[in-house]
Ligand binder design. Structure first.
Ligand code: WT7
Length: 658
């Protein structure tokens, strides 16, 4: 073990816990190194071995990797399987049948549990219902649902039949939903009447109705509705169906449709650096394998674990570490409908205590807000709860600052649980660079070392590796089974944004990074026009194009500034048609623009600050100088070269922020 890591041990020693050495976890640093070497020396055997051992195939693959048409890598050639067989059927005969698959806690605190056997039956019944309606392999289904047992049933029923699902986060507006329905060409939508969050009832079905009414949705033949609250909704008799009516009277077995290893399991939309979200397409076998392997490796899972990931299924974290990973391993997991601050900011700690959660996986933004709450009200501090069931705690979605890391480690993990600061992306399918529980040497703020089989590096513009302690582009040099397969309907964008020729065909993550002398990775934030607000990815161009589509806005530039709670916050510089508004008018216009963004994209994209000006700083060639705006928004001194600005005087004329 290198010296610098050892020196850290005194500060951040993780107590020696009893590692799971019987399964496929990685029990020691030596075994980690051994696996890394194995992957390096026998790349295909490494992956092929895991695919044979960990997945159940209806037809075994004849070749591990086909890289003849880079970057369209294909994994497990000729293999066929079904994802739900690997998450449900296998548990009917391995002793897990009566084990709880899900412990669901609703917003108002009601708890319901479902066993593997019962989940299997519900998935089969619902899949039979979908089959009776005529849905089949290759069809696309939009899922717009709250956190529930039902959303898991919906996803798995699609997977049972080879229907490609695309889950849209319930916080996205009907406009965003519409854009995704059209892009994917969905024929089916599964939603719920309402969702409950923080004691409030939020309509979902009406957003679906609105999305469909925006036009060109003739492809949609049914909207299936899970009755969450029973409050009134509009109903179209020949299109809308209740989920429980569809499940009723169906047979409790549905034969799985075995699909090719590469068959798309799902498409999940995420933001990029253009105005249009990208449909990230994942495979069936490779994705599930990576989801199962990383679940086991990163969290060192055991049969008696109670796992809780607080993400929403609308994001990749909710796909890999709620819908698929835990079920593939036969674990018991908690699924939570509500929010961390309702009814009080001790909800997470209460739930960990009540359900005896042993692995807890959440986002830095939630931790930051709970730190704040417990400073204001000591009664919600984690010290008031019995968190002794915890064994591993994780962080996901954005950089976790050393201060937040230490608070989490000390107050939640009681200096007894390793913190898994997992770096990965929608595109990577699962964890990529993350501290394994066996590492024992953790550096707050670093996501540490790549998992075995992941050849991560930091390179310059020409793809050459940079020395340690030097910033560069984070790349992955070799393919891996869980990787993105395509951007739905846009192969060209897939090739150019992720595998640019200049970078030797490496996978370009879009993050800046550097490595320290121990080889530990430090992520330095996005290198493109993508923001990370509360762990949610937002494209600045997306917000800009939504702003300029407002009738009063002439020009808009959106950038990010750092924020104590949300990590980054959206700042919009606005030039109105006509004169810059007076401070009085600006308050109202800012409100109007925020509501506009909530409708166009969703409340998560609302600008925190809105700054009005007469024009935007541009270069002589007309490019908006974002770097400069970023300095202004972050309250920094402008020490950049402003000589290329066409209209330098405008800098003094920006308003305060509204
Ligand atoms: C972007 C991916 C990871 C799944 C959920 C978000 C940032 C993610 C970390 C981390 C620093 C991180 C990166 C990445 N990010 N994890 N541990 N440390 N940054 O997935 O929406 O696809 O966002 O989130 O910038 O590129 P996503």
């Amino acid at each position: 073990m290198p010296n610098a890591i050892q020196s850290f041990l005194t500060d951040n020693k993780v107590s020696n816990i009893n590692y799971n050495v019987s399964g496929d976890s990685i029990p020691s640093y030596d075994s980690y190194k051994k696996l890394c070497l194995e992957a390096e020396n026998n790349f295909e055997e490494f992956w092929g071995g895991y695919a044979t051992k960990l997945l159940s195939w209806s037809k075994t693959f004849s070749k591990v990797l086909d890289d003849s048409n880079k970057p369209h890598y294909k994994w497990f050639i000729d293999g066929s399987m079904n994802v739900t067989v690997n998450c449900l059927d296998i548990h009917l005969t391995n002793g897990n049948s009566n084990k709880n698959a899900i412990i669901f806690e609703s917003d108002d605190g009601d708890v319901s549990k479902i066993t593997y056997k019962d989940l299997f039956v519900r998935v089969c019944k619902f899949a039979n219902g979908l089959k009776n309606l005529g849905y089949k392999i290759g069809d696309r289904c939009i899922i717009y649902m709250p956190m529930s047992i039902e959303v898991i049933v919906a996803m798995h029923a699609c997977a049972r039949l080879g229907i490609i699902h695309s889950v849209v986060f319930g916080g996205f507006s009907s406009k965003s939903l519409h854009e995704r329905i059209l892009d994917i060409g969905a024929s089916l939508i599964i939603t719920s009447d309402y969702q409950k969050r923080g004691g409030k009832q939020i309509p979902l079905k009406s957003a679906v109705d609105d999305a469909i009414s925006l036009g060109n949705c003739d492809s949609i033949t049914n909207v299936i509705v899970y009755k969450r609250t029973g409050s009134s909704i509009n109903w179209l008799d020949d299109r809308d169906l209740w989920m429980d009516d569809l499940e009723n009277n169906q047979l409790d077995y549905c034969a799985p449709v075995f699909v090719d290893a590469e068959h798309p399991l799902f498409v999940l939309y995420t933001s990029g650096s253009t105005g249009k979200p990208k449909g990230i397409q994942h495979s069936s076998a490779g994705y599930l394998l990576w989801s199962k392997m990383t679940m086991q490796w990163t969290f060192d899972t055991r049969d008696d674990d109670i796992f809780w990931c607080t993400a929403d299924v609308g994001w990749i974290t909710g796909h890999t570490y709620i819908a698929y990973g835990p079920l593939s391993l036969g674990l018991t997991q908690v699924i939570f409908e509500g929010i961390p601050t309702y009814p009080n900011s001790d909800r997470f700690w209460k739930m960990i205590e009540n359900h005896k959660v042993s692995i807890f996986y959440t986002a830095p933004t939630a931790i930051r807000s709970l730190i704040k709450s417990s400073c204001i009200d000591p009664s919600v501090h984690p010290d008031n709860f019995d968190l002794s069931s915890l064994r591993v705690i994780g962080s996901v979605g954005e950089p976790i600052s050393p201060d937040t890391w230490k608070w989490y480690y000390k107050n939640v993990g009681k200096e007894n649980c390793p913190v898994a600061d997992t770096w990965w992306q929608t595109e990577t399918g699962g964890h990529m660079i993350t501290p394994l529980p066996c590492l024992n040497y953790l550096k707050p703020g670093s996501c540490s070392l790549p998992l075995p089989g992941i050849f991560a590096s930091v390179v310059d513009e020409s793809g050459e590796e940079v020395p340690n302690a030097t910033g560069g582009f984070l790349v992955i040099k070799k393919p891996w089974p869980g990787m993105i397969r395509n951007i739905w309907g846009n192969t060209e964008r897939f090739r150019t944004s992720y595998f640019p020729e200049e970078l030797k065909g490496y996978y370009l993550a879009g993050d800046g990074a550097q490595r320290d002398s121990d080889g530990y990775f430090w992520i330095m934030g996005r290198i493109d026009d993508v923001l990370n607000v509360s762990g949610h990815r937002l494209g600045t161009m997306e917000i800009e194009s939504a702003l300029v589509s407002h009738s009063k806005v002439s020009e808009a530039a959106v950038i990010g500034r750092s924020d104590d709670t949300t990590g980054e916050a959206v700042v919009a510089f606005i030039v109105m048609k006509g004169d810059k508004p007076s401070n009085e008018d600006a308050v109202n216009i800012a409100k109007e623009l925020r509501n506009w963004i909530a409708c166009e994209i969703g409340p998560i994209a609302k600008p925190k600050d809105i700054i009005f000006g007469d024009s935007l700083p541009k270069t002589r060639s007309g490019k908006i100088m974002r770097r400069l705006l970023r300095s202004i928004a972050n309250g920094e001194n402008i020490n950049q070269d402003t000589s290329t600005i066409e209209n330098i005087s405008i800098l003094d004329k920006f308003s305060i922020s509204f």
